[in-house]
Design a protein around this ligand. Structure first.
Ligand code: SF4
Ligand code: SF4
Length: 333
């Protein structure tokens, strides 16, 4: 999958479409296989970027820890009975309570729209995250039960829940912390890239429902497909925290930003609002080059000149331009 971060609205339609489809069973209340975090921010689970995992330069596992349930954000309930049916609608407000019966102090997307920087250069952008279905998945190699496998036909990484015994070595190993523990069934659970839909030519729910049309789906080796064009031909889609060594198969077109301004409103064209070193910390050293290509192609397009890259990113024809191999309408099946 490729996410064009210049198009994400932060609407969370993807998050909800995944939640409604896959994580409604017992023990899955706190699971959000697809999340959209505000960056700079602490993310989901909280501060996952500092937890370790993945592989070091020698190919050995990096020290890591299992995120706590609170760090993912525990499931909440609300006093709906009292407000909607208990006659207290006028004096009471809707209040969330976590599994411990306390007011929550963290949850997925808790720091929505906070971002970073100081006025007048405050900034943020949205970062959608799913399991990266890595080529060298640390979760798979860490599992002593052989319960995690990567499908040959499409590279989707799955957990066999009959084999899984809930040891959670996978959660420790995954540097993206995209695996959840089901405390009721004692198994690990994670994004399945909507494989039952993929098998029927339907795009994953998060991608099909996305109103921003930024989630491209396809095969890296299909030279006519958008994924190959964005990752290999135009080289504008980069993996997140590639340094973890798991070779993610989710890529990001980094966000452009307006120039910074001083307190009197004077524009400094040499400094983008989102600091370059912050983006390099996420997407690696090629960010500057990628942003320059995006800017140049954008300017070409604005002048009426042809740009294959901009045409690919714009997605004129939906769904065939964005997931050409998965255009089947689920309502028609
Ligand atoms: S993102 Fe994590 S859970 Fe997903 S395949 Fe990679 S290592 Fe495994
Ligand atoms: S549905 Fe699309 S636009 Fe909305 S938050 Fe998800 S990725 Fe962003």
């Amino acid at each position: 999958m490729v996410f064009d971060l210049n198009k994400c609205l932060g609407c969370q339609t993807c998050t909800i479409s995944c939640k409604r489809q896959w994580t409604r069973d017992e023990g899955m209340d706190n699971q959000w296989w697809a999340v959209v975090n505000t960056m700079p921010g602490k993310g989901t689970p909280k501060n996952w970027e500092g937890m370790g995992g993945g592989w070091n330069e020698k190919g050995e596992p990096n020290p890591s820890r299992i995120p706590l349930r609170d760090e993912y954000g525990d499931a909440w309930t609300f006093n709906k009975e009292e407000i909607f049916y208990g006659g207290k609608g006028k004096e009471s407000h809707l209040k969330p309570v976590n599994a411990k019966g306390e007011a929550p102090d963290w949850g997925p997307n808790w720091d929505e729209d906070e971002g970073g920087g100081e006025y007048p250069n405050s900034h943020f952008f949205y970062l959608p995250r799913i399991c990266n279905h890595c080529t060298h998945p640390a979760c798979l190699e860490a599992c002593p039960r052989g319960a995690i496998y990567k499908r040959d036909e499409d590279g989707i990484v799955l957990v066999n829940d009959k084999q899984c015994k809930g040891f959670r070595f996978c959660m420790e190993a995954c540097p993206y912390k995209r695996i959840y523990y089901n405390h009721v069934r004692d198994v690990a659970q994670k994004c399945i890239f909507c494989f039952p839909r993929i098998e029927k030519g339907v795009a994953p729910a998060c991608a099909r429902q996305c109103p921003g049309r930024l989630r491209f789906v396809g095969y890296l080796d299909d030279e006519n497909g958008p994924i190959h064009k964005l990752v290999h031909k135009w080289k504008v889609a980069l993996p997140l925290h590639e340094e973890h060594g798991t070779q993610p198969n989710v890529y990001y077109v980094p966000p452009l930003s307006p120039p910074s301004v001083d307190i009197n409103g004077k524009v400094d064209l040499s400094k983008p609002r989102i600091p370059l070193d912050y983006l390099q910390g996420l997407f690696g050293p090629r960010v500057e080059e990628v942003l320059a290509v995006l800017q140049a192609e954008k300017e070409k397009k604005a002048k009426g000149l042809p740009s294959e890259l901009m045409d690919t990113l714009i997605v004129y024809k939906w769904p065939e331009d964005i997931f050409p191999d998965f255009v089947q309408d689920p309502a028609q099946l």
